[in-house]
Design a protein around this ligand. Structure first.
Ligand code: PMP
Ligand code: GLN
Length: 382
């Protein structure tokens, strides 16, 4: 059934990275950095291996990491989290999403997400046999309309699943929208699941974790990951923070997904979470410069560029260059310009609105010289 629905197929990210490899094109498709993260974090993983931390860690995650996660939430957001009862370590944010959705969504339960949405959301909602309702992000700011949100959330809604800051648009949700989400969750007795893997990668706009809003904590499940913050997307260390009863339900599923997660990376990510404030502002400043280089290059090449407020990604409109179908453009882009990108259609249902169809996502989490070369090659399109 899932195959018939077209849900179980190679993800767009695998498909596009394979295309980049096959053609030798610059990969601005899949979002992963091309430079290593902080030396302290890498050293800590090596050290953990040579020290013999190579056997199954505890199911909730190693205490040193759970404590570091709680301290990080306290330092940046003022949240008081009990590392022994309110934190669960997962295999990346992806396993966190899987465990949460499988724990709470039964046949026919509705899950509301923004659209465009990260592709795993669609797959996981289908695997749990839930119904996926979406709220469109409206151009040019990629913000949800409050009336659309009110219409989408009903008594059938089990989860309101938001991604903030947002992949692929780089939107940072404003406080009034988050307040409305909390209000709707109360009104319809829904849980809020918030995927905040880009929490530190914002370019001026303040990231507000929904769990910090009045009345939110009791019904909010927060997901994050070390992949983006420490340039370690291949380590797959993620985590969930929520009240104890919710964590207990999620652990019941997680134990049969992976049981526990890779031991030596856990103390290493704990070291990362304890780095001084300057590290976290530094990575955002660095990425902002990269965003500016790529955005300027895309504009010069003739794309319409939407300003990205956060994340690894910028959305560009290919219509001014005469390409109305972003999916088709992404197929041709390696040949036309030696660059790989991802169409926004990959983050939308099949009935995506016409205003999205010429949009393409480019990743700027790459070395500046790579971005400059990509921009130069893209200028051939004009
Ligand atoms: N959520 C979003 C919005 C993402 O962009 C990603 C991809 N990096 C993930 C979740 C998955 O994160 P992880 O690699 O930690 O599983
Ligand atoms: N999150 C990354 C992206 O959006 C890639 C994750 C993946 O390959 N599944 O490009």
């Amino acid at each position: 059934l899932l195959k018939a629905d077209g849900v179980i197929r190679p993800t767009i990210f695998a498909e596009m990275s394979a295309l980049a490899q096959a053609t030798g094109a610059i990969n601005l498709g899949q979002g992963f950095p091309d430079e290593d993260g902080p030396a302290e974090v890498l050293d800590a993983a090596r050290h953990a291996i040579t020290e013999g931390q190579n056997q199954y860690p505890p199911g909730l995650g190693m205490p040193v990491l759970r404590e570091a996660i709680a301290e990080h939430q306290q330092r940046f957001y003022g949240l008081e989290i009990d590392p022994d009862r309110q934190v669960l370590v997962t295999a990346g944010a992806t396993e966190a999403l899987a465990a949460v959705i499988l724990a709470f969504v039964d046949d026919g339960d509705e899950v509301v997400t923004l659209e465009p949405f990260y592709d795993a959301y669609g797959g996981l909602i289908a695997l749990s046999r839930g119904e996926h309702r979406t709220v469109p992000l409206r151009l040019p700011d990629f913000l949800p309309d409050h009336d659309d949100l009110r219409a989408a959330v009903t008594d059938r809604t089990k989860l309101i699943l938001i991604n903030n800051p947002h992949n692929p648009t780089g939107t940072v949700l404003p406080r009034d929208t988050l307040e409305l989400i909390v209000e709707l969750a109360h009104e319809h007795d829904a849980l809020i699941v918030t995927d905040e893997v880009y929490e530190h990668l914002t370019f001026g706009q303040q990231h507000i974790p929904v769990a910090t809003l009045p009345g939110a904590w009791q019904r909010t499940i927060t997901i994050s990951s070390g992949g983006k913050t420490f340039n370690t997307t291949g380590w797959k260390v993620g985590w969930i923070t929520a009240r104890h009863r919710l964590i207990t339900a999620i652990v019941a599923v997680k134990q049969f997904l992976t049981y526990v997660n890779a031991a030596p990376f856990q103390p290493a990510i704990a070291v990362g979470l304890g780095l001084p404030d300057g590290y976290f502002t530094g990575i955002a400043d660095d990425l902002r410069r990269k965003r500016d280089v790529l955005s300027a290059g895309l504009s010069k090449a003739g794309f319409g560029v939407f300003e990205s407020q956060a994340s690894y990604f910028v959305v560009a409109d290919a219509a001014p260059l005469g390409f109305t179908d972003g999916t088709e453009l992404c197929r041709q882009l390696p040949e036309l310009a030696g660059v790989v990108a991802v169409p926004i259609s990959a983050f939308c249902h099949d009935d995506l609105g016409a205003e999205y169809s010429s949009l393409v996502r480019f990743a700027f989490c790459k070395r500046t010289d790579v971005l400059e070369l990509a921009a130069k090659q893209l200028s051939r399109l004009g």
